[in-house]
Each structure stands twice: as C-alpha cells, then as structure tokens.
Design a protein around this ligand. Sequence first.
Ligand code: PGA
Length: 258
Amino acid sequence: MRTILIVGNWKMNKTASEAAAFVHEITHRLPASPGVECVVAPPFTALESVRAALGSTSAIHLGAQNLFWEDRGAYTGEISAPMLKDLGCRYVILGHSERRALFGEQDDGIQKKLRAALAHDLKPILCIGESLAQRENGNTEDVLRQQLNGALAGLSLHSVTAITIAYEPVWAIGTGKAATIDQAVAAHRTIRAFLATMWPANAADATRILYGGSVTPQNIDALLRSDQIDGALIGGACLHADSFVTIATIAQSIGAKP
Ligand code: PGA
C-alpha cells in the first residue's frame, strides 16, 4: 500500500507571518484523511511559525526545502538536519532542479545530504528529472538512472525504504506545461525498474514516486489515477489556499493505492 503524498514546495515565498496565516486557513479547510499525507515545505525562516500554526493534531506535516550534510560547524548560511528535526520537520526536499541549476548542486553532494537526513530520521524527497534538451535528445532514461545512481548508490535497503522520489522534468517546472500522463508514467516506470535493480523488488514497489511540474487542480486527478503516480510535488499551485486545498481534497477522494 503506497499512501498518496501531496507536498507543497513554497520555494522562496511567504514571510513567517504570511505563512502562519496561510496555514491557519488551509488547516481549517482540510480534514485529516488516512489515504493521503500532506506536507508543506516553507522557507527555513517560516518553519517555526508554520509548526506553531499547524499545531500537534494537524493533518499536514512539516518539510524543509534543503539541508547541509554536516551537523554543525563553520558553514555560514547553512542549515543542518538536527536543526530541522528540532523544528519539527518530518520531510526534506533534496536535489531540486533549481538547487542543481542555480546553486551548483551535484549528485555526490545530494547523496551526502540524503545520508544526513536519514541519519537524523528525516524523510528525504529526492528530486530528479531531465532538461528539455536531454528529453529531445532521447536521453531521459539515462539521465534519470544517472541521477538515481549518483544519489542512492550504496544505501541500505532500510535507508531506501525511507526515501520518496519526485520525478520533475525541468521543462515542466513553473512553465504551465505539465508532462503528459504517458510521459510521467514512462518515467516512473524507469525509476521503479532502476530501484528494482539495486534493491529487492518489494522495496521498489513500496517506494513512493511523486510527479512534479505544473501540477494544478485541473490535472491532479488524472495524474493520481495512474497506478504509477503516488502523489505530487507542487510549486506555484500550492501557494494559494484554494488550489492547495482543492488538490489535497481530490487526492483524498482517490485515497491509497493498492
Ligand atoms: P511548479 O513547481 O508546480 O510551480 O511547476 C514544481 C516544483 O518545482 O517542485
């Protein structure tokens, strides 16, 4: 059984007070549902106010957008896994394509971040995805396998079961041009097949694979109805209470995958 996971990646949006007001609104409108897990990933500066606004009984969990792999030390401007854990984070997004493209993140560093998250009992959401040029050159599958291998090679079975993968084609992020269901399903199959080459098939079957890239209230239903797509990583559409609540409500109506 793979529980649907809906993750709102706020990126660099909302101050701490805006974030708290937003969370009050969505928690009032969104009841808990056993078949769906919801996560909000605000900027670091809003984690505390979002945690307070969520309260202890909320149906929504807290996530962070990044971390640095060392626990502490002279790393100006960085945030560690124990710091996030202490603030109540359950999830952390790692290897987002904006971090790869704008901040030079590479697979070996992403692997270190992943290991740090796991060591501190944070659940990593590992983002992978091809650029438009890579897709047009027919390299999508190779790129996905390379990114998976770079981030995951050497991880134990126990570790890998804690990880969620987010397939986010770079050309679909923030463009309003989501992948088709067929494109997303093909990529998810490639990912699951790769996982099955590295770990026992039941681990691959149990791993959640999210789709991300221009997810909206209009396309979420069709995406989640595929048995390969276990949830969504959402940018723009998660910043508005109406669209986030609509997406989460549609996910709840679809429920857990067999
Ligand atoms: P988008 O962003 O939904 O705005 O396309 C998705 C993401 O970057 O995770």
